[in-house]
Design a protein around this ligand. Structure first.
Ligand SMILES: [Zn+2]
Length: 439
């Protein structure tokens, strides 16, 4: 109950922030009865009392009761568990958060915005109770403006702010560049490198595979592209789905299509025993063509190099499905089902490997290398926030995405490098900085 998240919020704060969930107040009472500290502040300086005065909760049934318990102490009942909610030391009109507002300011603000008379009267009761419980009302200024700069919050938020400055400065040693990343990779005073690569469509475009999500990508420009990942479209016309896949991915499956420098660089990392894992959003399997073994690869959206029966799920031979002139083979196990590509269709779950490996991989990660992805599709896009706080993160992409858009705001500038351009060029620059021979 004392553990805080990146915003300094404890369970009581998170609960009070829920949008009008039922039983919020009852759950808060249970947490307080079990020993949660009513006075704890989050990184914006807000206490539970501040949060109870926000619009989403102040007019809820039970809030008045909880505020009364927090403000009105009855020592004679303190021993019985039901009345043991400790009185808060937060004064409703004088304890300010970082924005300079007391709980009473928030309550009055909620009152001024309340629309229905019923809501107004329940908020008014909280306001009256706070006024009568405050010992500092004479100096209360209801018109004081709220300061939205949130300076204090930005300084305190995020677990990285609890790491020594010297440790943060040591990650890139002042070089927020490809050179800084290369020097870090080559340091001999660190444990062996375990690089985790997050790969998106941008890594395969130079091989000739169109990307998926951009304005010129498969989804925006072709019905086949949209239908290829749609189970209903497959059920209706599996011949069309397979024709599209053959046209787009046939050369990758047959081995005719060459992997790109980005793929070959990943294979190099593996050859040097520095690769922990590749999480690829791509289904073309070009990582395998470059020499990355299957066990080092998580195909987050499946792979066209795999296939199985659409009815019984039995594994099937993808290559022979790709080699057919038209349509797809029948399943040899059930004899009735049609073989479908081993890609993740819309509405389907990600492969189990994605779930089972990510915690171990991201904890071990010593460099997170993100290439050619917009980081817009979850849960893939949540991976960068899961690696250790002293692990550098390098983005090689045409544009800054995800946490790289505003590194200063997130205060991760001590470990984040964004290299903007194509994957091939970015990887070329990294290989040059490392002094390695081009693969
Ligand atoms: Zn089957």
């Amino acid at each position: 109950m004392r553990c805080a998240d990146n915003d300094g919020m404890r369970p009581i704060h998170l609960l009070a922030n829920q949008k009008s969930e039922q039983h919020t107040v009852e759950m808060l009472e249970a947490l307080l009865a079990a020993g949660a500290e009513a006075d704890a502040r989050d990184y914006s300086g807000a206490s539970l009392l501040h949060q109870l005065c926000h619009r989403n909760i102040i007019s809820q049934a039970g809030t008045l009761r909880l505020v009364r318990r927090l403000l009105v102490h009855k020592p004679q009942h303190a021993s019985s568990s039901k009345d043991s909610l400790s009185r808060t030391a937060v004064d409703p009109s004088a304890s300010d958060d970082d924005a300079g507002w007391s709980p009473l300011h928030y309550a009055l603000d909620s009152l001024s915005r309340a629309a229905e008379s019923e809501t107004q009267s329940s908020i008014q009761q909280v306001v009256d109770l706070m006024r009568s419980s405050s010992s500092c009302l004479s100096s209360f200024d209801p018109s004081r403006p709220r300061d939205n700069a949130a300076d204090g919050y930005l300084k305190r938020r995020g677990a990285h702010n609890h790491l020594p400055m010297a440790d943060r400065a040591d990650v890139l040693r002042g070089e927020r560049s490809i050179d800084g990343i290369a020097k870090r990779l080559l340091r001999t005073d660190l444990p062996p490198q375990r690089v985790v690569v997050l790969l998106g469509a941008g890594a395969s475009t130079s091989a000739g595979i169109p990307d998926y999500r951009s304005n010129t990508g498969l989804y925006a420009t072709s019905k086949g592209g949209r239908d290829a990942f749609n189970p209903a479209a497959f059920a209706e016309d599996h011949v069309a789905t397979w024709s599209f896949l053959r046209r787009t991915f046939g050369p990758a499956v047959s081995g005719e299509m060459r992997p790109t420098p980005a793929h070959r660089f990943i294979a190099m990392l593996h050859a040097k025993d520095m690769l922990q894992r590749v999480y690829s959003q791509n289904i073309d399997g070009l990582e395998v063509s470059a020499g990355v073994p299957d066990e080092k690869l998580v195909c987050c959206h499946g792979s066209v190099r795999k296939a199985h029966c659409a009815s019984c799920g039995a594994e099937a031979d993808a290559l022979s499905a790709f080699n057919m002139e038209e349509g797809a083979p029948r399943c040899v196990s059930c004899d009735t089902g049609i073989v479908r590509p081993g890609v993740v269709w819309f509405g389907e779950a990600l492969p189990r490997r994605f779930e089972t490996l990510q915690t171990e991989d991201l904890e071990a990660c010593t460099l997170l290398l993100i290439m050619g992805t917009t980081l817009q599709v979850y849960p893939f896009a949540s991976l960068p926030s899961r690696c250790p706080l002293l692990t550098p993160r390098l983005l090689i992409n045409q544009e800054a995405v995800g946490p790289f858009r505003e590194p200063d705001l997130g205060a991760h500038e001590y470990r984040d490098v964004a290299w903007l351009g194509s994957c091939d060029e970015g990887v070329g620059a990294l290989i040059k900085a490392l002094g390695w021979n081009k693969p």
